[in-house]
Ligand binder design. Structure first.
Ligand SMILES: [Zn+2]
Length: 364
């Protein structure tokens, strides 16, 4: 309990400090050197394409990169010399690529009040044709104040066919002073005729060591706890942040303590755990991942202890691994995988969970 309170205090302190310092520019992107290099090259050459397509899994900085790029293109301090008519004063020490975060243009973009930075995102499950028509009617007019106007369409894989075709017509005759940035999970989800009109930039899943450093610095987590979250977040920074904010470590500890206690419990107590799991359906598959990783760690510790995922629980893993035979651990992992498959194919949730928990409660 005390550790949890200490962790919460540290997280709040780190958030306040990092909020004061952070400008959503290129340096705030974690683990995306190649996309930043490509965007930097486009910026410095001054030869911008009409449209970009940023692809990659959720939560790796595609929208953040789009906003940083829009800011950098329009930053008065960065553009000084190129657009000498802009009124802001130059800051000689300022990095020539990074937006300053302080000029009028940057501040408007950060606060979401810039009239020429237009964001379009799905309304419900789709991006509808009316949304794209409204966007295109704005683009017919000249930009209000921006040097480059940006139309940023996030989750473009959700463009419905009519919306996609309407967008295509605009991309075929792109309006002046306007750059489109589409973000999507993968290019194959988008009309090929749209993709062919965009410069595609792929964003990769963030490497665990970069995620770990980010979580440690931004939220003040212990190195061992940050390492566990980085391993479980599957390369996504938003997933890692959401895990940190929702006290994922405490939930993981509860699941592991329950799984470890099952063999010594009465059948009624075992089924109470099954009942608790069945009432947290949105979290159930995460619970399965935690169980599998725990049992995997007990196997891995026997051969390569430095490769365990739950590094902050190494003492507990060492003790449990000693008394658990590999065959028995593998059978339990397979039982969890079967339960996952059965639940996905709509088998009875409670019966499947009861059966799994009884298997997991067998001693070694
Ligand atoms: Zn600026």
């Amino acid at each position: 309990m005390r550790k949890r309170a200490e962790r919460a205090c540290k997280q709040i302190k780190h958030r306040l400090e990092s909020t004061e310092k952070s400008v959503p520019g290129f340096t705030s992107l974690v683990g995306q050197k190649r996309p930043v290099r490509l965007l930097t090259a486009a910026l410095t050459s001054g030869n911008l394409p009409h449209a970009f397509l940023f692809t990659g899994i959720e939560g790796i900085g595609k929208k953040r990169a789009a906003m940083a790029f829009a800011m950098a293109c329009n930053c008065f301090n960065r553009q000084k010399g190129v657009h000498a008519e802009q009124p802001e004063s130059i800051q000689p020490e300022h990095n020539p690529i990074e937006p300053c975060g302080r000029c009028r243009s940057c501040k408007k973009i950060i606060s979401g009040n810039h009239p020429d930075i237009i964001l379009v995102k799905p309304a419900g499950i789709m991006i509808k044709v009316d949304q794209i028509r409204a966007l295109c009617s704005k683009l017919v007019l000249k930009p209000y104040e921006a040097y480059k106007r940006f139309a940023i369409i996030t989750d473009a894989q959700k463009l419905n066919p009519e919306a996609g075709n309407t967008l295509l017509k605009t991309l075929e005759e792109p309006p002046e002073h306007t750059v489109f940035i589409l973000t999507a999970l993968q290019a194959s989800d988008i009309l090929p005729t749209i993709v062919s009109r965009c410069q595609q930039i792929r964003f990769n899943p963030i490497p665990p060591h970069s995620l770990k450093t980010f979580i440690e610095n931004a939220y003040g987590l212990d190195a061992a706890e940050a390492s566990v979250i980085a391993s479980m977040a599957q390369g996504s920074i938003s997933r890692a942040e959401s895990m940190t904010k929702s006290n994922w470590i405490d939930k993981r500890n509860w699941i592991i303590d329950e799984v470890e206690a099952l063999p010594s419990r009465s059948i009624n107590l075992c089924l109470a755990f099954s009942d608790a799991l069945s009432k947290n359906k949105e979290w159930l598959f995460t619970a399965f991942e935690i169980m599998k990783n725990w049992l995997r760690d007990l196997v891995v510790y026997k051969y390569t202890p430095e490769k365990i995922i739950n590094k902050d629980l190494s003492e507990q893993i060492k003790a449990s691994s000693k008394r658990a035979p590999v065959n028995s651990l593998i059978l339990k992992i397979k039982a969890i995988e079967k339960a996952e498959r059965d639940i996905k194919s709509n088998s009875n949730l409670r019966l499947t969970l009861d059966s799994l928990i009884i298997t997991l409660s067998k001693g070694y």
